[in-house]
Design a protein around this ligand. Structure first.
Ligand code: FAD
Ligand code: NAD
Length: 471
C-alpha cells in the first residue's frame, strides 16, 4: 500500500476536529482530516446540537402560538406533518454539512472519508469507501468525540428504547414517552416531545433535575416542565425494563418506587456520554487514559506520546462543542510553536429548555462547596421592561462577585433567550471586568441585556428598576 505524508492528521471532524483542521490550513500547515461521514460536522451537526436545536425551535413556535392567547391572538391546535418537520431538520443539517465541506475544500484541507486506526506514533491507516490508505504524519490530533453511555440494564433489543441519536430521528411521536435522565439531553428532548404531543415522564436518579446547575436557575424550568410533562420523578432510577406487547414495561426504584410498573410506548435513555477512546492501535502508543476512559492531556492538549494531541469530548468535561473547538484551535497553535495554554476563565453552559438556563465561570454551588466568599447580585426579570413586553417574566440574571476586588467571577441566568445573553458574561469574566464596569456600560433599552447591567447595579444596591441588594 502506498504511504502518503501530511504535516498534521486530524482524526474526527466534529467541532473540535474541523476547527483544528481549518486553523491549521489557515496557518499553512498541510492537514489531512478524517471522518466516517462524507462532510465534516461530527456529533454536533449530525446527531447533537443542530438537530436538537432545530426541533427545539419547532417546540418554541408551538409554545409561542399557545401563549399568544393571553395577548388576544388565538391560533387553533397545531397539526403536525412529521414528514415535513423531519425534512426541514434534515435540510438544516445538509445545508450546514455542505457548507463545512466547501470551507474544507476551499482551504485545501485533505478530507478523507473513512475510519482511522493508529499504526504507530507517526502513521495511521484509513479504511473508507475509496479503499485503504496509510498516512505518515508529524503530529496527529485525536478528536473522536463521544457516544451515548447506555448502561447494560437498558440494552433492550428494540427500537422502542432509544438513545439521543434515535430520538432525534423523530420516527414518530409516541403517546407515552419515558425519559431516563434529567440532564441536558433528557430535558431538551423532553421539551421537544412534550411540545409535539407526547405525554412525557422524566426520571432523574439524583434529588433534582440538572444536578450540576444552581438550584435557583433550575427552579423556573422545573415549574415549566411540571406543566409540560405528565410526571417528573427526581430521586428515581429505572430498576428493570422489558418489552411488553407494543410497549416497554418499566419498574422504578427510589422515591417513585410506590408507582407500580408502567408501560411506555418509547423510552429515551439520556444518562450521559462516554469518550470514543477505543481507537484501534492506540495501545501501540504511550497515550494514557483516566479511569473514565478520557485521554489524558497536558495544558496544550498533548498526550504522553509527543506526536499525539487530543481534544474535545475525548479528553473530558465539559462535553460541549465550543469547548472542543477552542481546544482544537489551541492544539494547532501549540503544534505551530505557540506557548499557549488551556485556561479559559469561563466556559459557558446553556441548557436549551424553556426557559433556557445559562451560566459561566463560578457557580454559587461551587462557591459554597469551595467555601469561597462571594456576593451574589440577582435581578428578577419581572423588573425588566423587555421581559414584560415579551410576556416572559419567568427569568432571573445573577452576578457572582468577589467582594474585595469586585471582580465578576460568575454569571448565571434563566429566561427566554438566556443562551444568547450569557456571552456578555463570558466576555466580562475573561476580560476581568468588575461589577462597576458592568454597571457603567450602557446597555440598549428595552432589551433583556439590561438585566446584566441591572444585576451589577443590584450589587451596589442602586438598581433603577429593582430595590434589591447583593447578599
Ligand atoms: P464529535 O462531535 O463527537 O466528533 C467526533 C467525530 O469523530 C465523529 O464524527 C465520529 O464519527 C468521528 N470518529 C470517531 N472515531 C473515529 C475514527 N476512528 N476515525 C474517523 N473518525 C472517527 N454541545 C453544545 O455545546 N451545545 C449543544 O447544544 C449541544 N447539544 C447536544 C445535543 C445532543 C443530543 C448531543 C448528543 C450532544 C450535544 N452537545 C452539545 C455536545 C456536542 O455535540 C459535543 O460536545 C461535541 O460534538 C464534541 O465535539 P468533538 O469534536 O469532540 O467530537
Ligand atoms: P448529563 O450528564 O447532562 O445528564 C445525565 C443525567 O442522567 C444526570 O442528571 C444523571 O444524574 C442522570 N442519571 C444517570 N444515570 C441515571 C439512571 N440510571 N437513572 C436516572 N437518571 C440517571 O448527560 P446527557 O443529558 O446524556 O448529555 C451528555 C452530555 O452532552 C452533557 O453532559 C453535555 O455535555 C452534552 N450536551 C450538551 C447540550 C447543550 O450544551 N445544550 C445538550 C445536550 C447534550
Amino acid at each position: 500500500m502506498t504511504e502518503s505524508t501530511t504535516d498534521l492528521a486530524v482524526v474526527g471532524a466534529g467541532p473540535g476536529g474541523y476547527a483544528a483542521a481549518f486553523l491549521a490550513a489557515d496557518l499553512g500547515i498541510g492537514v489531512t482530516l478524517v471522518d466516517e461521514a462524507p462532510n465534516p460536522g461530527g456529533t454536533c451537526l449530525y446527531r447533537g446540537c443542530i438537530p436538537s436545536k432545530s426541533l427545539l425551535h419547532v417546540a418554541k413556535v408551538i409554545d409561542e402560538a399557545e401563549r399568544a392567547e393571553v395577548l388576544g391572538v388565538k391560533f387553533g391546535a397545531p397539526t403536525l406533518d412529521l414528514h415535513v418537520l423531519r425534512e426541514w431538520k434534515n435540510r438544516v443539517i445538509e445545508q450546514l454539512g455542505d457548507g463545512l465541506g466547501q470551507l474544507s475544500s476551499q482551504r485545501q484541507v485533505n478530507y478523507i472519508q473513512g475510519r482511522a486506526s493508529i499504526l504507530d506514533p507517526h502513521r495511521l491507516s484509513i479504511r473508507g469507501p475509496n479503499g485503504d490508505q496509510v498516512f505518515r504524519f508529524e503530529h496527529v490530533i485525536l478528536a473522536t468525540g463521544s457516544s451515548p453511555a447506555i448502561p447494560t440494564e437498558f440494552l433492550v433489543d428494540s427500537d422502542r428504547v432509544m438513545d439521543s441519536t434515535v430520538a432525534l430521528e423523530l420516527s414518530d411521536v409516541p403517546p407515552r414517552l419515558l425519559v431516563v435522565g434529567g440532564g441536558y439531553i433528557g430535558l431538551e428532548l423532553a421539551t421537544v416531545y412534550a411540545a409535539l404531543g407526547s405525554r412525557v415522564t422524566v426520571v432523574e436518579m439524583t434529588d433534582d433535575l440538572l444536578p450540576g446547575a444552581d438550584r435557583d436557575l433550575v427552579m423556573p424550568v422545573k415549574k415549566r416542565m411540571a406543566g409540560l410533562a405528565e410526571a417528573i420523578w427526581p430521586g428515581t432510577a429505572v430498576a428493570r425494563m422489558e418489552i411488553s406487547g407494543e410497549g416497554v414495561k418499566v419498574a422504578f426504584e427510589g422515591k417513585a418506587v410506590g408507582n407500580s410498573d408502567q408501560v411506555f410506548d418509547r423510552v429515551l435513555v439520556a444518562v450521559g456520554r462516554r469518550p470514543n477512546s477505543k481507537i484501534e492501535g492506540l495501545d501501540k502508543t504511550q497515550v494514557q487514559l483516566d479511569t473514565r476512559g478520557f485521554v489524558q492531556v497536558d495544558g496544550q492538549r498533548r498526550t504522553a506520546e509527543p506526536s499525539i494531541f487530543a481534544i474535545g469530548d475525548l479528553v473530558g468535561e465539559p462535553m460541549l462543542a465550543h469547548k472542543a473547538s477552542h481546544e482544537g484551535r489551541l492544539a494547532v497553535e501549540a503544534i505551530h510553536g505557540s506557548e499557549c495554554l488551556f485556561g479559559p476563565l469561563a466556559i459557558p453552559a446553556v441548557v436549551f429548555t424553556d426557559p433556557e438556563i445559562a451560566w459561566c465561570g463560578l457557580t454559587e454551588t461551587q462557591a459554597k462547596a469551595e467555601s469561597r466568599a462571594v456576593k451574589v447580585a440577582k435581578f428578577p426579570w419581572g423588573a425588566s421592561g423587555r421581559a414584560v413586553t415579551l410576556n416572559r417574566i419567568d427569568g432571573m440574571t445573577k452576578l457572582i462577585v468577589e467582594p474585595e476586588s469586585e471582580k465578576v467571577v460568575g454569571v448565571g441566568m434563566v429566561g427566554a433567550g438566556a443562551g444568547e445573553l450569557i456571552a456578555e458574561g463570558v466576555l466580562a469574566i475573561q476580560m476581568g471586568a468588575t461589577a462597576s464596569d458592568m454597571k457603567t456600560t450602557i446597555h440598549p433599552h428595552p432589551t433583556l441585556s439590561e438585566t446584566v447591567m441591572e444585576s451589577a447595579e443590584v450589587f451596589f444596591a442602586q438598581s433603577t428598576h429593582y430595590r434589591g441588594k447583593a447578599r
